[in-house]
Design a protein around this ligand. Structure first.
Ligand SMILES: [Zn+2]
Length: 157
């Protein structure tokens, strides 16, 4: 089956924790933020895909340490400040971790954190944790992110 054009083109992402813009293979600079630290999207243990305005973005998740998601704060691994609707995101909103191959998300904030999958929707209560499966949609405040696990992580949507 032929790959879709987006899969062929957008193989890199900007490694800036505030940017994450998906970039074409061969790119040497992020045309969104000017950063030169770029990585292969498929080399991440897992990826959160989303959109910032009209641009697709992808943030890598490490399996070896907590990945803290929030807005406009230091000590974040993923900063959603540039995404439309980010005022609904807490400074430290959620934390994604991997334990022996099982991923989970912990709710650190107060505004909504919702996990959606074909089997149903889970509203994660503040202070609690929910298991994450590849393909789940994570809603942080009003921002929707697609959680994909594995070396083959691509900008599928
Ligand atoms: Zn960038």
């Amino acid at each position: 089956m032929a790959a879709r054009p987006q899969e062929l083109r957008l193989e890199l992402h900007c490694l800036d924790r505030r940017c994450g813009t998906l970039l074409p293979r061969g790119a040497e600079i992020c045309d969104e933020c000017g950063g030169t630290a770029l990585g292969q999207i498929g080399h991440n243990a897992a990826v959160l895909f989303g959109e910032a305005g009209d641009r697709p973005i992808g943030f890598g998740l490490a399996a070896t340490r907590p990945n803290v998601i929030g807005r406009a704060s230091r000590e974040l691994d993923i900063d959603l400040a540039r995404c439309p609707g980010s005022e609904s995101v807490h400074r430290r909103h959620a934390e994604i971790t991997a334990h022996e191959g099982t991923w989970s998300v912990a709710h650190l904030g107060r505004n909504p954190l919702v996990v959606s999958r074909p089997a149903g929707t889970v509203v994660v209560q503040p202070g609690t944790t929910c298991e994450l499966r590849s393909g789940d949609w994570l809603q942080v405040g009003r921002i929707r992110l697609h959680f994909i696990v594995g070396r083959g992580a691509r900008a599928e949507r």
